[in-house]
Ligand binder design. Sequence first.
Ligand SMILES: [Zn+2]
Length: 358
Amino acid sequence: MPPLPSSPFTLGDNNVWPFRLDAEDGGGWLLVDAGLDVLEDGVASWDVLVAQARAIGCEIEDVRVVVVTHEHIDHAGFAARWADLGAAVVAMPAALSMLIAGRSAYDAIRERRMQELRAHGCPEDVLDAIVQAQRAHDTHRLAWQGCVPSDLIEAHDGDTFALEGGRTLHLIAAPGHTPGNLVAFVQDAGGTAGDLCSGDTLLPTTIPTPGLHFPAIADVIAEIGHTPGDIRPGTFEEMERWPSLPSFLRSVGRLRALNVRRILPGHGPVVEDPARLFAQFDEHHARRSQRVRAHLELTGADGATAYEVVRGLFPRLPAARLGQALTEVIGHLDVLVEGGDATQTRDEDGIFRTHIAR
Ligand SMILES: [Zn+2]
């Protein structure tokens, strides 16, 4: 079995995966993910990253390519820093406006998510608890400087990079966790097997949830360059949500067909038994989908809001954890609607209700 590319650079439980590029192509390094930008107890994560790179003989000036798996603050935080150093920052087209807008779009989307949860029936006191829980979560401490548009390079499904030892890194579009999500498959020389840099699409200890995404927000902020505070309240209210779970399930289905030996995730330890993880992912979503469907079948002609479904499925779940549960149920409702098994209507108060197709 070929050795790991090397161990990842780790910032907390975040991984940045380094690979040596083929010397015949000019050598240097390729990184999968940019790293997260945080100052903790006076120590900048950038310094931690640089020290780990040097320890394996990777000078930061020799980093030629940084592949960003997706447009989230903990994966793209240092994208602009790498670009300033001369690296090509590569991401899917659907990720680019977030990479340009950075933290300002991230904050605007967070606000818009709360409106979306309200429109799915979530009461105000629960919304308050969800916001409190988010504040306690550490992402508010993270910085995310936007990139200069001309520094970004569009990735395409099937793009390849030649690595040391005859291995090939393949970029695979895998929308789901975010609209601009990709994964990287590092294929052995002369074989079909390889390691999968999965970003947040497959994780060792949790089943990643879909998200609530509003791609138009990032486009607007990237274009006008304002921070959310400067923008008239309500500007983003009508911006449409991108249904993430249907795409997520299709993407994971595609990855299952690869000959994956190990998964090198965006967070946590290497997964040595990918088949088991794929099976857990499938089981989780099949079970969840079935329960959402069964609950809808019990509701009468009125159908149900996502909040009512969540309360039916998890009556004792604390309010702080309802944000994630709601997001996942909204995802499963999207899957049912997309498959023609349910329909969704919006009442005069702007609340979405889903009805099983009979
Ligand atoms: Zn992440």
